[in-house]
Design a protein around this ligand. Structure first.
Ligand code: 5GP
Ligand code: MN
Length: 343
């Protein structure tokens, strides 16, 4: 069955037509891309290459080294490192794919160049409330990962047979990282069937897990230990736990992009904790990661108080204050959520 509810034939027709002949295509994703952002970008990249197109991935920033194994990674252009070459590619692009973000402002450095581009834009994403900036919008917040949607998109293009080992491994990576190893509520039986198919197509599951999760630098492992031993705080009356790292803490550990990934989930792994937060001081702002269990929506909290957004159980935002003030703000709003947290 090539088409499904997410990519119905009527909506796919103009896209199938658009991709009928070789095109110059740019693939974009959100600032500080994660496993789903890079997985979906490289899956689409490898797919378009296999179909004879001329695709380029331009990321708005750097991304974690534990994603460098993804097939095709050596061709990725980081915008801040190659601004002139990127601008030229954007000027010539006929199509732009917008993957794993719902608003051009999530790309930060690329926002204006994407918005101003005359290329046809195709959005594939699983965040709520997509902004109307694309010509073709495939937005399905119930999907566990943009990578799952990319799989369904390729199937809807009637190209299931084009999914080779490289494409399968990219898609596997995004589903694995966005579902925290296939364990979130978003992980459905259908997604398991897709993952099984990816393994049939050659994705080596154990290698992908090892590449992403067992690839810590010594410094990163020590930073995790330090965070848990010295920086973890509990607020039992609100079933909340949080961890914070200052600039000075981070400097101790020679930290690189991606090193703090997963720390917030450790705070959520404490028995009875319903809400977990992680505060990370950068030179310009405080980055905040929020995670929750069950019905409690951290997306709402991130939107209301931290200029952010995301999903119900995984969201993020920022504060342009001191680290202490950001933490104090978080603690001060907890009473407002008391009923939901103690439910
Ligand atoms: P993380 O905590 O891993 O950085 O982000 C978790 C999720 O929250 C991401 O998948 C993304 O959807 C969302 N998110 C994180 N930071 C921001 C932000 O600054 N703005 C918005 N709108 N969403 C964010
Ligand atoms: Mn995602």
């Amino acid at each position: 069955m090539p088409h499904n509810n997410r990519f119905p034939y009527q909506q796919m027709l103009p896209v199938i037509k658009l991709l009928d002949a070789p095109k110059k295509i740019i693939i974009t994703t959100h600032h500080k891309p994660d496993g789903d952002a890079m997985g979906s970008s490289l899956a689409i990249y490898n797919y378009l290459k296999a179909k004879g197109h001329n695709p380029t991935i331009i990321t708005p920033s750097d991304y974690p080294e534990f994603l460098y194994w993804l097939p095709g990674n050596e061709h990725v252009i980081e915008y801040p490192k190659q601004m002139e070459a990127s601008q030229k590619l954007f000027d010539e692009a006929e199509i732009i794919f917008c993957l794993d973000y719902n608003n051009p402002n999530r790309t930060e450095t690329l926002e204006t160049v994407i918005v101003n581009s005359k290329a046809k834009k195709i959005l594939i994403d699983h965040h709520l409330h997509p902004a109307p900036f694309c010509d073709y919008t495939f937005s399905y917040p119930l999907s566990c990962a943009t990578c799952e949607l990319v799989y369904q998109f390729i199937v809807a293009m009637e190209d299931a047979s084009v999914i080779n080992k490289a494409i399968a491994e990219c898609i596997y990576c995004g589903i694995m990282t966005d579902t925290n190893s296939f364990r979130f509520e978003t992980m459905t039986a259908d997604t398991h069937r897709i993952v099984a198919d990816l393994m049939d197509k050659g994705a080596e599951n154990y290698k992908i897990h090892e590449n992403v999760f067992d690839n810590f630098s010594f410094d990163r492992m020590k930073m995790v230990g330090f965070s848990l031993f010295n920086k973890l705080r509990m607020i039992p009356q609100f079933k909340t736990a949080f961890i914070s790292l200052s600039k000075e803490d981070i400097a101790e550990f020679d930290s690189t992009t991606g090193d703090t990934e997963g720390i917030v989930n450790m705070a959520l792994a404490i028995k009875d904790v319903k809400l977990a937060a992680f505060f990370y001081e950068t030179p310009k702002l405080i980055k905040i990661s929020l995670r929750s269990r069950g019905e409690f929506s951290v997306k709402e909290m991130a939107q209301t108080y931290f200029e952010g957004g995301g999903h119900r159980n995984a969201a993020g935002g920022k504060a342009y204050t001191s680290l202490d003030d950001a933490i104090n703000k978080f603690v001060s709003i907890l009473p407002e959520y008391r009923d939901e947290l103690l439910k």
